[in-house]
Design a binder for this molecule. Structure first.
Ligand code: HMG
Length: 391
């Protein structure tokens, strides 16, 4: 049975900060941010957006009534959860008006969560081929102002509709994965920002890549020549390039040229959004599929997922006939091009705005946020969400 990605949605907030200006404000050379790290713009979320709203906004654009009826499993991957008990998937399920005869759960393993969701979805669909699974990967990445990780923040969500006989990409059965208990990046329950051993995290990202790539080759017999492109989890775009360079010499000159050229295409969205944690690999895939001009139907795309802590996985998929027709490229280009730039001072002010942590109520300024789905406030310890398209 063919199982994989039928539709892909994406949402990022309407504001960004320019990395050249952030570098100047931090007394760094702009080229460090734009070339050394490889980021040009960083999404800045308003207080009216959280993991739930980002995900619901990403899913709204792709789901039609027939999909909503067929979805009987919602898997919400996030490391920016809004409640220790209740799954963010249930809020999203409600905001999207999905079929009540569904399971809705939240999964967590840093940036690997959405890949776990996709692999679980494959199992569910193989047992129930007529059903669909909605996988959401949604996060706000926060390291703190004036930290080395600041330049690698971002905010956004991807929504992936998984089905049998998918129209965009069939995912392969074989996959290579690896788990190790390491402290490269984590966020204790008491902290609003991530703790990270930056250089160590880069080292582990790379060594996990080499491990799963070697395993994948052994399991499948595939080599670089079999891939039109390889997409990477992109915490910042230079990281993917570092990993690709570790294996690129295994290929011919033509393989190198093709994989490096397609890597450039696959990083375009990420370099103007930033790290969206769980969704970052799939944002890179979206960038590749929506912006390439030469990848044919039937081509194989490799996918490397990495979540600190850590779990890594390499798998691949085959593009389906006329896959471009099922993408939402115009919508995504418009959303990205219509964003407003905020100054470094405005970004810092927005960063410092926080929801009350003492249980008090708050009404949020929803009129300032053009997104359809918003967090409108907190009342009696409960988050209040609105979907403007349904009110
Ligand atoms: P840093 O110490 O500020 O930067 O931290 P650096 O000194 O290493 O410089 C970065 C690069 O800029 C270097 O290039 C410099 O040479 C270059 P590289 O050697 O790496 O190729 N550079 C310049 N280039 C051009 N012109 C210049 C210039 N100056 C310097 N003038 C670090 C960088 C990424 C460590 C930091 O930002 C950080 O800690 N980020 C957060 C952690 C992270 O993103 N780790 C990635 C792997 S782990 C992962 O992906 C999982 C994650 O997504 C979390 C999850 O799973 O949930 C993070």
């Amino acid at each position: 049975m063919k199982i994989g990605i039928d539709k892909m949605g994406f949402y990022t907030p309407h504001m960004y900060v320019d990395m050249n200006k952030l570098a100047v404000a931090r007394n760094d050379e702009p080229e460090k941010y734009t070339i050394g790290i490889g980021q040009e713009k960083m999404a800045v979320p308003p207080i009216t957006q959280d993991a739930v709203t980002l995900a619901a906004n990403a899913a709204m654009e792709i789901l039609d009534e027939a999909d909503k009826e067929k979805i009987d499993l919602v898997i919400f991957a996030t490391e920016s959860g809004v409640d220790h008990s209740k799954a963010a998937a249930i809020y999203a399920h409600h905001l999207l008006r999905l079929n009540p005869r569904a399971r809705a759960i939240e999964v967590k393993e840093a940036c690997y969560g959405a890949t776990a969701g996709i692999q679980l979805a494959k199992g569910h669909i193989s047992l129930h081929p007529d059903r669909k699974v909605l996988v959401l990967g949604s996060d706000i990445s926060r390291y703190g102002l004036h930290t080395p990780g600041e330049v690698t923040q971002g905010a956004g969500a991807v929504a992936i509709l998984m089905s049998a006989n998918p129209r965009v990409m069939v995912l392969g059965k074989e996959s290579a994965y690896h788990t190790e208990d390491i402290m490269d990046f984590w966020r204790p329950l008491y902290s609003k920002t991530a703790l990270v051993q930056g250089k160590y995290s880069v080292e582990k990202y790379n060594s996990f890549f080499k491990t799963v790539w070697e395993d994948y080759k052994k399991k499948t017999g595939l080599t670089l020549k079999d891939f039109a492109a390889i997409c990477f989890h992109l915490p910042y775009t230079k990281q993917g390039l570092k990993a690709l360079r570790l294996v690129i010499d295994e290929g011919t000159a033509a393989d190198k040229e093709r994989l490096l050229a397609h890597f450039e295409v696959s990083k375009q969205y990420n370099k103007i959004v930033g790290n969206i944690y769980t969704g970052a690999l799939y944002l890179s895939l979206l960038s590749l599929l929506e912006l390439n001009t030469d990848i044919e139907d039937g081509a194989r795309i490799g996918l490397y997922s990495y979540g600190s802590g850590a779990v890594g996985e390499f798998f691949s998929g085959i593009l389906q006939p006329n896959y471009r027709e099922y993408l939402h490229v115009r919508h995504h280009r418009k959303m990205l091009s219509e964003r407003n730039e905020v100054s470094v001072q405005e970004y810092e002010d927005l960063f410092n705005q926080e929801l009350p942590a003492d249980g008090s109520d708050i009404d949020l300024p929803v009129g300032n946020d053009p997104a359809p789905v918003l967090l409108s406030g907190i009342k009696d310890h409960m988050r209040m969400y609105i979907n403007k398209d349904q009110s």
